[in-house]
Design a protein around this ligand. Sequence first.
Ligand code: NAD
Ligand code: UDP
Length: 316
Amino acid sequence: MRRALVTGAAGFLGSHLCEHLLARDWEVVGMDNFITGDERNLEALRENPRFSFVRHDVTQFIHLAGPLDGVFHFASPASPIDYLRIPIQTMKVGALGTHNCLGLAMAKHARFLIASTSECYGDPLVHPQPEDYYGNVNPVGPRGCYDEAKRFAEALTMAYHRHHNLETRIVRIFNTYGPRMRLDDGRVLPAFIGQALRGEALSVFGTGQQTRSFCYVDDLIEGIYRLFESDEVYPTNVGNPREMTILEFAQKVQEAIGSDVPLEYHPMPENDPKVRQPDIAKARELLGWEPQIELEDGIQRCLDYFRRRVQEQLKP
Ligand code: NAD
Ligand code: UDP
């Protein structure tokens, strides 16, 4: 049986990855300090005897007994309002946290995978974004703390690969959604669904003409697992290439919920990328992977989860 460490296990993607690894017969150690995570994301995992959990801040040295075959480094604030609130922790987990996880992978002779991001492309000047585009990131803007930490993490990962021959994988994740996202994490899907379910106006930033491409979590995790099992060392985009404007997305949410709440326009956040769409030709060819779940279906799959969260929120 293979044994993995998943950092960020109490978060949205980390908890889904743990579930996926357990379903594939791995033994899984989850690690998290709950800075943006939620204990409830671990509930189902804790029922599995092959899952154990360690509360730890990965920016501190990681002691872990026993062998490891995989280190999946997912710990990091991921939503703009989170990393704007805790920019220094964000830089530390991308830099020191990645360093500790790479050191642990070296010591255990484990394969390492880093959850990187489409933010590496910044406000892109090439569209859609292929992996060989170097990006257009403002290092000193408000999003710099996240974007540059991830770019540093990618560079450090390649240095460990080249200098120490460590087996490494880098996935560039594009906007992903699904159950276990925090209702108040500020990302556009939980924000709009929460607002529509509460009968509030949808908060559109700017004119809503900026675009994003949304991937359902099950599709994403399958792509990441295939990348982990592949031989590919260089960054690989995993995301859904179906692109739409935020206004079109607002309409999709309205249709899914059967709501007709109005739109409310807010100022555009600084350096908010104007377009984003993954070029997934590499993942298609290399991993035989492409997303299967359409946005309309994906929204339906997470509506019950968000309804429960809204009900809890509205309880007196
Ligand atoms: P999340 O906030 O739900 O999960 C991140 C988890 O990491 C949280 O549980 C948090 O408590 C934990 N964490 C943060 N700092 C830590 C530290 N120092 N020590 C231990 N635990 C720590 O976010 P998510 O959406 O699940 O994102 C997971 C990973 O995927 C992140 O690395 C993020 O950058 C990357 N990513 C996500 C998306 C997306 O659309 N969700 C897109 C691109 C990249
Ligand atoms: N957005 C919006 N209203 C919200 C939250 C986000 O219009 O309440 C927009 C945001 O400006 C961005 C897009 O939706 O253009 C996606 O934002 P999100 O925070 O989900 O992720 P990002 O892709 O910017 O990291």
